[in-house]
Design a binder for this molecule. Structure first.
Ligand SMILES: *Cc1c(COP(=O)(O)O)cnc(C)c1O
Length: 383
């Protein structure tokens, strides 16, 4: 990699990570039990106003456990936005259920609530056993809003819709640690929510995740499931088939240090977003992201829209000058991995997919490098 290459999103290790990891190594507490795991869980829970938090090996594992603990399984369906990282939908398949892909709205790139409502009203029918998808016959059990790129989905509206139809809400907050909705942190606004601490997220533990909830029995069940459903640690009695999904103490140590720097990371991301807006707002050919008046975003990734043009051209030109950028994920109703899933009138996702491009957004991105990105984007869009 040339030294002047600007990556899309790099982790920033600038706090007490070394010190805390050394403490794990010095004391021998390196595995899935240890004081940093407990502390990380307590501190994340406090940060997002959740009563309970259970650390997991990844965000995907967290989603899997949340769905499983709610009893969602074969014959069931979960509403998932067409535009999200594939892990949201994969976790639904892990429990034997199917995702139903619903459209993404182009304003904030979140689950289109009009489409959710029309699916639940027109696409479903109420039977004795619950709400069923007319097309597949499967029972719809939950809505999984995803706070895409860190911008919150409107949880008040989603909870209201879910409540009216008797559905659970599983919040995929993996990209949105630190984002708020009408002043309240996202994550524990639905029945259960999940965070990811993968290397590209705003807080990283290398790999890791967390389930958060205000439901004590649900939290206890998830903790049990992530530790091989072990009932008796001495006699090794397991009361069902569980998983080895716990986070290691070493990873949690990194997480505790990263959490101390979270406000700093968010402030940096917001400053990056401000500078992009300032440097690009006058370009007619480019659409810039906006934040809803009722939301505050952690600005995890900054994505622009090449209005009416394919964003891949801009991506290639940026790559030519050593700048990494990336389109948004393939809409999941197009994914070969999910051909068996049902999609409800998805009409906006393809255009978003064609036009959206994520620009370098590392919290460590310095002003000089960002000026280079802005100048390069300006040159391409103007040409
Ligand atoms: C990162 C991410 C996940 C999965 O998290 P991992 O820790 O990588 O398993 C799930 N959903 C979305 C939307 C994500 O961005």
């Amino acid at each position: 990699m040339p030294s002047d290459f600007i990556p899309l999103s790099e982790p920033r290790v600038a706090g007490r990570e070394w010190e805390y990891v050394k403490e794990c190594l010095d004391t021998g507490w390196v595995s899935s039990v240890g004081s940093f795991v407990d502390r990380f869980e307590r501190e994340v829970a406090a940060r997002v106003d959740a009563a309970h938090a259970v650390a997991c090996a990844s965000g995907t594992a967290a989603l899997h456990m949340a769905l499983h603990a709610l009893g969602i399984g074969p014959g069931d369906e979960v509403v998932v936005p067409a535009i999200t990282f594939i892990a949201s939908a994969n976790s639904v398949r892990y429990v034997g259920a199917y995702p139903v892909f619903v459209d993404t709205e182009p304003r904030y790139l979140q689950l289109d609530l009009g489409s959710v409502e029309s699916f639940l009203v027109e696409g479903c029918e109420r039977r004795e056993s619950g709400l069923h998808n007319r097309a597949t016959g499967r029972r719809v059990r939950a809505i999984m809003p995803v706070h895409v790129l860190g911008h919150p989905s409107d949880m008040a509206a989603i909870t209201e819709i879910a409540g009216r139809h008797g559905l659970d809400v599983v919040e995929d907050a993996t990209e949105a640690l630190g984002s708020t909705l009408r002043g309240r942190p996202v994550g524990a606004m639905g029945r259960v929510g999940c965070f990811s601490f993968n290397g590209n997220k705003i807080l990283t533990t290398g790999s890791g995740g967390m389930v958060v909830t205000n439901d004590a029995p649900l939290a206890a069940r998830i903790r049990h499931l992530t530790t091989q459903a072990k009932r008796d640690a001495v006699e090794f009695v397991h009361d069902e088939v569980g998983w080895n999904y716990r986070l290691s103490n070493v990873s949690a140590a990194i997480g505790v240090a990263q959490l101390e720097m979270l406000d700093d990371a968010i402030a940096r991301k917001r400053e990056i977003a401000r500078r992009y807006a300032e440097g690009l707002h006058d370009l007619d050919g480019l659409g810039l992201p906006i934040v809803a008046p009722w939301a505050s975003s952690n600005r995890w990734l900054y994505a622009v829209r090449t209005r009416g043009a394919d964003s891949r051209e801009l991506m290639k030109r940026l790559r030519g000058v050593g700048i990494e950028s990336r389109p948004i994920w393939q809409p999941l109703h197009r994914s070969p991995a999910h051909v068996d899933a049902f999609a409800w009138r998805v009409t906006q996702a393809d255009e978003i997919h064609r036009e959206l491009l994520c620009l370098p957004s590392s919290s460590g991105l310095n002003e000089q490098d960002q000026a280079r990105v802005i100048a390069a984007v300006r040159a391409v869009i103007r040409a």
